[in-house]
Design a protein around this ligand. Structure first.
Ligand code: AMP
Ligand code: GLY
Length: 413
């Protein structure tokens, strides 16, 4: 097959690598990054250029398009490709509202009987404040739209809550801030689940856990993700099956009942509370950096799975998964996520032998790979145990150097 991967981050590099593993397919990437260029051909079309991507897929006779980021999915890329008869692994615009609207996701979960935090939607400060009352720290505020991972707030008191609400309704996120979901604050450990879905069927990939804060010990501001492990060690053997029965299938069925045929990956962000598993969020794409930790453990052919899902065909009853664990540590530019310099030469990528290097914020300058983003690359290592994979990831990442390199020292801890 000729497979086009849309996107340019670590997630897309890992996807391109996994799709190419069988050796049966030729890979194209738009726009891609220097790491992806070693596996596939790059085309300079941006991930949010819907028309440009459809033209490219048609011109290059893609048999399958695999979409990395959410923005083109919410904008309807999958629908446009399907209209042209090009199979797309990624849900259409209607299903992408699961990520594009927190309130839509809540409504679906309620109808499907899927457990999540109690919540209400508001469009002005006064009614939201009335609902919240005095105990502001028992609630979470969520912008009801795409906010690049920056739309969730956990304020400490009512003064802070009021300030955030005022800012949101004043248009800090533009259209996305017009409605705000106020949700009960849950406590517990988080787990990410990625399920490959083909209409009413799904297969669930091994569970993972990301580390969102910039600092060791989960301190400092949220980032796009500083590392991930797969699988979290404390989960029961039947965890994947439980999530499939309790969360993924009911959601797919509810969507199907509404005439929505979900073909792509469904990402469920879960919290393990004292009352059991609850859904924090859905995303309509693979997680980043979870994908970099999950895919090295997948032995089944990802291209076959994505192709079947894209065509709405039956999926296999089970997946082939390696024993052991994988740890992925992100190397970032010092100063990220606030401000950081770019353009530093990256040395040592080729010296990494016992781990995968997935590039993200990198570019080519005078034949050198240089830093060009906040999260520069990730190093993912397999091990017979989680501890072994952590040790290996940390020893291998020492081989890569660039000025102001920063990483968390406690991924998997
Ligand atoms: P989301 O984008 O909805 O996943 O939110 C980002 C992060 O905010 C999650 O990974 C959680 O750490 C936190 N979060 C979201 N919803 C809740 C909630 N209801 N209770 C506690 N923390 C939450
Ligand atoms: N790692 C969180 C996300 O991809 O949304």
């Amino acid at each position: 097959m000729r497979i086009l991967v849309v996107g340019s981050g670590g997630r897309e590099h890992a996807l391109t690598w996994a799709l190419s593993r069988s050796g049966d397919h030729s890979l194209m990437c738009a726009p891609g990054n220097p790491g992806m260029a070693e596996i596939g051909e790059l085309f300079p079309v941006e991930a949010n250029d819907i028309g440009g991507l459809v033209d490219l897929a048609r011109r290059e006779e893609a048999d399958l398009v695999v979409v990395g980021p959410e923005v083109p999915l919410v904008a309807g890329l999958a629908d446009e490709l399907r209209k042209e008869g090009i199979p797309c692994f990624g849900p259409g615009k209607d299903a992408s509202r699961l990520e594009g609207s927190k309130w839509f996701a809540k409504e679906i979960m309620e109808s499907a009987g899927v457990p999540s935090a109690r919540g209400e939607v508001f469009s002005d400060v006064a009614s939201a404040m009335e609902y919240i009352g005095e105990d502001a720290c028992r609630y979470v505020l969520k912008v009801d739209g795409l906010a690049s991972g920056k739309g969730v707030f956990l304020p400490d008191d009512s003064v802070e809550t009021h300030g955030i609400l005022e800012e949101l309704f004043a248009g800090r996120f533009g259209e996305s801030g017009v409605q705000v979901v106020v949700e009960e604050r849950l406590e517990g450990k988080e787990v990410s689940i990625l399920a490959i879905c083909s209409g009413e069927e799904c297969v669930v990939l091994p569970p993972s856990r990301d580390h969102k804060r910039i600092g060791n010990g989960d301190t400092g501001p949220n980032t796009g993700g500083m590392g991930a492990i797969c699988p979290p060690p404390e989960l029961a053997d039947d965890f994947r099956e439980t999530v499939r029965e309790m969360i993924i299938l009911p959601v797919l069925n509810e969507l199907y009942r509404r005439g929505i045929d979900y073909r792509g990956v469904l990402y469920a962000g879960l919290m393990m509370t004292d009352e059991g598993l609850k859904v924090l969020e859905f995303n309509v794409r693979f997680g980043d950096p979870e994908t970099q930790a999950v895919l090295p453990l997948l032995e089944s052919d990802l291209a076959d799975l994505c192709y079947s899902a894209a065509l709405g065909r039956s999926l296999p009853g089970s997946l082939s998964i390696r024993d052991g664990a994988c740890t992925c540590v992100v190397l970032a530019s010092g100063g990220y996520p606030v401000s950081y310099e770019k353009g530093f030469i990256i040395n040592g990528i080729k010296d990494v032998e016992d781990a995968y290097v997935f590039q993200a914020g990198t570019s080519l300058s005078e034949n050198e790979i240089v830093t060009s983003g906040g999260r520069v690359l990730s190093v993912a290592a397999l091990g017979a145990t989680l501890d072994e994979s952590i040790k290996k990831a940390y020893s291998e990442l020492e081989k890569i150097n660039f000025s102001k390199k920063y990483f968390r020292k406690d991924i998997g801890g």
